[in-house]
Design a protein around this ligand. Structure first.
Ligand code: ATP
Ligand code: MG
Length: 326
């Protein structure tokens, strides 16, 4: 059985990009039960940019609750918090010893997140090394990600080659598994929707708030009037239709947009209804979960994850000649 690892940062509200690009695919793997699944709330990644401790603490529980509501049943997968398993940061340090600085400097996420910032932490630069450790600690071979994270998974694969070449065959090579939904753009139309960018629609915001954000979301920049024909292939709204609306609806949307029969508001209304239909049962599930249930799930998850993590780190220490033991 292939082992699958994926993570998400408790860095802000769980948005529809995270839902369509990550959580929905994870939930379907949980339903299928064909692979061994580990899903991690990567809090140590969330401290690579400025953060508030009390807020971080609150977000860890909130995000876990959102994920369980999406279908990550903690009895059917290993759902845990990264810093509850300290072996993640330990292995990251060891892997940093075989990772060239030049490779890290080429990472687009680093370039994007460090651009025009007064303070850029060393941790933001080494972020991909910690992500390699997340994956390799469990010897996972499949890493479901959105296309913004593919570069990091490729770096992890390079790290495996370098490490194995130097210290012996310990790690298998991981491969990215892209979600079917492509990158969701932010409501401002400038960049990808991100928790940290204030350009997102929170998946579990109340329906009227959800609509408020969707209503003002950026569409096709060349479509200024309703009478202008739209270009669904460049429109973020159409990307989302393809992810949540039935095929017949997508065809209808496409025809009405290109023939200028529908305005963007008509198209968004239909999208909103389809989102609402899909999210209603998830909202109900979410309402039924309290903090105690969430904490209990995470404690069990960490215990399961840690058993494997300890084994791997012991193996790595031995291979690298670390420690005082024989
Ligand atoms: P941050 O802004 O703090 O980096 P984020 O919104 O990018 O937050 P992450 O925790 O970095 O979220 O990523 C979690 C998962 O969601 C990853 O698999 C990532 O590829 C996916 N993802 C993030 N944003 C999008 C998006 N806009 N469209 C599709 N998938 C996305
Ligand atoms: Mg991100």
């Amino acid at each position: 059985r292939a082992r699958v690892f994926s993570g998400i940062q408790p860095s802000g509200e769980f948005h529809i990009g995270n839902y369509l690009g990550a959580a929905r695919q994870w939930a379907s793997m949980v339903r299928d039960q064909k692979e061994e699944l580990l899903f991690c709330i990567v809090d140590a990644h969330a401290i690579t940019v400025p953060f508030e401790p009390a807020e971080l603490k609150r977000r860890i529980l909130a995000l876990t609750r959102d994920l369980i509501a999406c279908g990550l049943d903690p009895d059917k997968c290993t759902l845990f918090v990264q810093s509850d398993v300290p072996e993640h940061t330990e292995l990251a340090w060891y892997l940093a010893a075989v990772t060239p600085m030049g490779d890290l400097g080429r990472m687009t996420q680093f370039k994007e997140k460090s651009e025009n910032k007064d303070f850029v932490s060393c941790a933001l630069f080494t972020y991909p090394v910690l992500m390699s450790a997340d994956i390799l600690l469990y010897k996972a071979t499949v890493v479901p990600v959105g296309d913004d994270q593919v570069q990091h998974v490729e770096l992890a694969r390079e790290t495996v080659r370098r490490f194995n070449h130097r210290f012996g065959e310990i790690f298998p090579e991981p491969h990215p598994r892209l979600s079917t939904a492509t990158r969701i753009k932010g409501v401002d139309g400038n960049a990808k929707m991100s928790k940290s960018k204030n350009n997102s629609i929170a998946t579990f915001s109340p329906p009227d708030e959800f609509w408020g954000k969707l209503r003002t979301a950026f569409t096709d920049p060349q479509r200024l009037r309703k009478s202008d024909p739209g270009r669904p292939e460049v429109c973020n709204i159409y990307t989302m239709h393809k992810a949540v609306s039935p095929e017949a609806t997508c065809n209808e949307v496409y025809a009405n947009c290109t023939q200028a029969k529908w305005g963007c508001m008509d198209c968004k209304k239909v999208l909103w209804e389809n989102f609402d239909r899909e999210l209603t049962p998830l909202r109900e599930k979410r309402a039924s979960l309290d903090d105690d249930a969430v904490r209990a799930a995470l404690a069990k998850g960490a215990e399961k994850a840690r058993a494997t993590a300890k084994e791997t780190v012991t193996e790595v220490r031995t291979a690298m000649g670390l420690g005082s033991g024989a």
